[in-house]
Design a protein around this ligand. Structure first.
Ligand code: NAD
Length: 501
């Protein structure tokens, strides 16, 4: 059986813990490899390698660090097909979607190619008599990222793309369910010219996560995953004195006003609800139709649209989506569908019976559609993370606005309308972090920032863009005076706080 090793100090390293995790091929349901699950010794090795590399990397001028990012981008692009196939074989998403996953990560690398500009500090000449004040952004040291299974390329690059470019060295703890692409990315980073130890990949589970959170030499942790674990990481990391940002789950709503372009809505909702089998934190699993006519029309068209969807193996270029990540996850989705029925929602399309000929052991599940979903239902309140679209009927704009605003999650939301004033009002008042106006998956571009509100994100800084630069650096502010003692007499001691009076 193929073994997936850690990548520490620029080399492939077998583990010492004797613990392994199974890595499945979700298309066939077979175990295709086993991944090392590190123990405390693995964490020590990774921290040592990162700490050894950090001073020299931080002292490398930002333009040279940016050149490594340029070369890394070129190498990832040159290896795009191989990486996408590897990603799909462990995650299950279709190849075109895997390429999108890698491409969205590369866009953060493109942002990082401009890091010399982003790191320029601020300067005030003459803040006082003969006094200049300037600030600089310095790296934190050794930092870590803990990432989920659903974007094994993009989310690691959100983090290390910026963290490394500003002069930190990085320990990535990717999801143990699809760990191969992160290792390939680290290998390519070395090939691009990053010294050994700048980017390390350590596989593992809770044991490693806890050790990272407790390690005194790791200065910051970025986490993306489910909300309960995000909250745990946030609290435990902060308790240990670290800087922490922890992104969690989501339940994004698409609000459809009566004047929306319904043909576009149906196409957008279908892609956003069922693409990647719904395993996206920016999926759109809740459609809120305003008015009975809108809801009836949407339901009828959605049923017809679902009939056209093709679920297939991830290498099938005509398939819209592939299997989900594991048998356990498929079971969890099926359980939610059963729960939805029991709670009184109407199951209009049931995807549970779906099986793909020749791949009966694969983790496939067809698309499902619920109507008459109510806010008090558990299946509405919780994240299902599968190909399940829930239709909620609202009587008014205000009722529709209140739904995502009051929901425990606040990652993304979309509104469909041709009324600019209504869209503007919605965007201003909705209690959610990322808003799409006639855009179903409003993942901001790399030079803006990504982050939800409420239980979708703990901490106060977003991913990538200038927020990322802020998270991965600390500001030092220097107040400087260069008196000429041959011309000026020494100033007297002052026992009061200096002011600019
Ligand atoms: P997960 O929370 O199970 O795992 C995320 C990471 O935490 C993994 O590296 C995993 O090894 C680790 N982990 C798992 N259990 C742990 C524990 N008990 N203690 C410490 N660490 C633990 O999430 P997942 O299933 O890999 O990913 C799906 C979730 O991620 C969904 O909830 C999705 O909404 C969320 N997500 C959020 C965003 C965002 O930006 N808000 C983006 C992508 C995914």
């Amino acid at each position: 059986m193929r073994e997936i090793n850690h990548f520490i100090g620029g080399a492939s390293v077998a583990g010492h813990s004797g613990r392994f995790g199974d890595v499945f091929n979700p298309n066939t349901g077979e175990v295709q490899a086993r991944v090392q699950l590190a123990g405390l010794r693995g964490v020590e090795m990774a921290v040592e390698a990162a700490a050894k590399a950090q001073p020299e990397w931080a002292a490398t001028n930002p333009q040279r660090r940016a050149r490594v990012m340029f070369e890394f981008k070129r190498l990832v692009e040159a290896n795009m097909s191989e990486l996408a196939e590897l990603l799909s074989s462990e995650h299950g998403k279709v190849i075109a979607d895997s390429k999108g996953d890698i491409q969205r990560g590369l866009e953060v690398i493109e942002f990082s190619c401009g890091i010399p500009h982003a790191l320029k500090g601020e300067y005030t000449e003459g803040a006082g008599p003969g006094i200049d004040v300037y600030s600089m952004r310095q790296p934190l040291g050794v930092v870590a990222g803990i990432t989920p299974f659903n974007f094994p390329a993009m989310i690691p690059m959100w983090m290390f793309g910026v963290a490394i470019a500003v002069g930190n060295t990085f320990i990535l703890k990717p999801s143990e369910r699809d760990p191969s692409v992160p290792v390939r990315l680290a290998e390519l980073m070395m090939e691009a010219g990053a010294p050994a130890g700048v980017l390390n990949v350590l596989h593992g589970d809770k044991v490693v996560v806890d050790a990272i959170l407790e390690h005194p030499d790791i200065k910051a942790v970025s986490f993306v995953g489910s909300s309960d674990i995000a909250h745990y990481v946030y609290v435990k990391g902060a308790e240990a004195g670290k800087r922490v940002q922890a992104m969690g789950g989501a339940k994004n709503h698409g609000i459809i006003l009566p004047d929306a372009d319904m043909d576009q809505v149906v196409k957008d909702l279908s892609g956003a609800a069922f693409g990647s089998a719904g395993e996206r934190c920016m999926a759109l699993p809740v459609a809120v139709a305003v008015g009975k006519k809108t809801a009836d029309d949407l339901r009828e068209r959605m049923v017809a649209e679902i009939e056209t969807l093709k679920v297939g193996v991830s290498t099938d270029t005509s398939a819209q989506y592939g299997p989900v990540v594991s048998a356990a996850h498929r079971q969890r989705i099926s359980d939610y569908i059963e729960m939805g029925k029991a709670e009184g929602a109407e199951l209009v399309v049931d995807g549970r019976g779906f099986a793909l000929q020749g791949f009966e052991k694969g983790f496939f599940i067809g698309p499902s559609l619920f109507d008459h979903v109510k806010p008090e239902m558990k299946t509405y309140q919780e994240e299902i993370f599968g190909p399940v679209l829930q239709l909620v009927r609202a009587d008014s704009f205000e009722e529709a606005l209140a739904l995502p605003s009051k929901h425990q999650y606040g990652n993304g939301v979309a509104i469909y309308t041709q009324n600019g004033r209504a869209a503007r009002d919605f965007a201003a008042r909705v209690n959610v972090g990322m808003v799409g106006i006639n855009v179903p998956i409003p993942v901001p571009v790399a030079y803006h920032t990504f982050g939800g509100w409420k239980r979708s994100a703990f901490g106060d800084t977003n991913q990538h863009g200038m927020e990322g630069v802020k998270f991965w650096t600390k500001v030092k502010t220097v107040t400087a005076r260069w008196p000429d003692s041959s011309l000026e007499s020494h100033s007297d001691s002052s026992f009061v706080i200096p002011t600019m009076q």
